[in-house]
Design a protein around this ligand. Structure first.
Ligand code: GTR
Length: 396
């Protein structure tokens, strides 16, 4: 009995992070259901959408509304005032190559105000204006206080390549906690969103934070905000996608391993499912998204419609082979199908003609790209490096 307890205890020690939903998830391709997808090029009234004006005035707004109402909830953007104050409190870890600005962004609405904070590094070499990369961070390892985790946010490498780079922690906008996520901008600035079935939740709030950081970049003399890049990993990859669908000021959007509710197709029910994600993180998505728990087949849309909302701007996805929970094949299909808008409406060379199974290296097309690497769920230097190669091609 003692031996059995010992075995059990060491098993729990070895696998403490694998939740039950993760172990009971489907990882068998033969069990993936036959897929029925909404057509990006047929409007709700049944009209064929072929031109840029029809896409931009009819079909794109329909799809944006569907994501807003059924998946993510609204991102309100109205406020009365915004102001910026640079207040450096931390020692600059890279004084030789970068200037550091720790910026307080204060937003006012209906007599109330909220202040969020971003950490911002600007190259010392050259006069700019510099393109800027914003990373939405959620790692508990370095909330405000410690500025940089070089594996996850490789500031010196980005600076050396001529980018300015900024990051904010989700907590400065909305805590990533089911019980208290509203204790940020939601209850202070947008209380009317609370209780609405398509109201603002945590992912949308983090996306809103990215927009306010962009407000700072657009007025910064050293920044070329027309070349701004939004990056997120996993949960913040989902937020980055939704932010960029709402805010056309992002030139390139890079969600790394954003999985369920991000890059991956929900209807495949492979790895993490809608029911699993809503169960574990009820504060991320609109309440309406719960209607599709274990019923993904009745979703009136799927994630392949997201890249089209970002087109013709750049969008890049990446997966990790051992990160089956995020469904790498579903992520690839999401961008392969999704890039049809860039290709067929905007005439970009954006056709992924290889099947997922035969991919043997990164695919870098005109405004879209994808890579899969070996290894586990993480944002690594390998991911950054391949992504930056794509950026160089897009910005040429
Ligand atoms: C997982 C979650 C994923 C993903 C990830 C992360 O536990 O199931 O959807 O968002 O967390 O953010 O690291």
């Amino acid at each position: 009995m003692k031996a059995l307890n010992l075995i059990l205890a060491s098993f729990l020690l070895l696998f403490p992070l694998k939740s039950m939903s993760q172990t009971s998830a489907n990882y068998d391709e033969s069990k993936v259901p036959a897929l029925m997808f909404a057509d990006p090029f047929v409007s709700e009234k049944g009209n064929l959408i072929k031109t840029v004006p029809d896409w931009e005035t009819i079909r794109r707004p329909e799809i944006l509304r569907l994501f807003q109402d059924e998946v993510y909830g609204k991102i309100p953007t109205d406020f009365d005032a915004i102001s910026f104050q640079v207040e450096n409190k931390t020692t600059n870890p890279f004084p030789d190559i970068a200037e550091l600005e720790e910026v307080n962004i204060t937003i006012e609405r209906n007599g109330k105000s909220h202040t969020m904070r971003i950490n911002f590094f600007i190259p010392k070499k050259g006069n700019g204006p510099f393109p800027v990369i914003l990373l939405i961070n959620y790692l508990p390892k370095y909330p405000d206080g410690k500025l940089v985790d070089e594996a996850f946010w490789p500031v010196p490498e980005l600076i050396k390549r001529g980018f300015a780079t900024a990051s904010f922690h989700v907590e400065t906008v909305a805590p990533d906690i089911t019980e208290s996520f509203q204790n940020g901008i939601i209850s202070t600035l947008y209380p009317e969103q609370i209780g609405q079935a398509n109201g603002l939740k945590a992912l949308g709030a983090w996306g809103w934070g990215a927009m306010r950081a962009m407000d700072y970049f657009t007025q910064h003399p050293k920044i070329d905000s027309k070349k701004s890049i939004l990056v997120g990993h996993s949960r913040t990859g989902k937020a980055a996608l939704w932010a960029s669908a709402n805010d056309p000021r992002w030139a390139i959007t890079y969600p790394n391993e954003s999985g369920c509710g991000g890059a991956a197709l929900s209807k495949r029910k492979y790895g993490e499912t809608v029911g699993a994600i809503n169960g574990r993180f009820p504060h991320w998505f609109a309440d309406n998204f719960r209607k599709y728990n274990e019923k993904e087949e009745i979703l009136p849309l799927d994630q392949h419609l997201l890249p089209g909302l970002i087109a013709p701007r750049g969008v890049y996805y990446s997966s990790a082979r051992a990160d089956q929970w995020s469904d790498p094949k579903g992520e690839y299909l999401g961008i392969q199908l999704g890039s049809r808008v860039a290709a067929e409406i905007y005439g970009k060379k954006a056709v992924f003609d290889q099947d997922f199974e035969v991919l043997n290296g990164p695919v870098h097309l005109e405004s879209v790209g994808y890579h899969i690497r070996e290894g586990k769920h993480n944002l690594t230097w390998e991911d950054w490096k391949l992504f930056l190669e794509f950026v160089e091609k897009v910005e040429k």
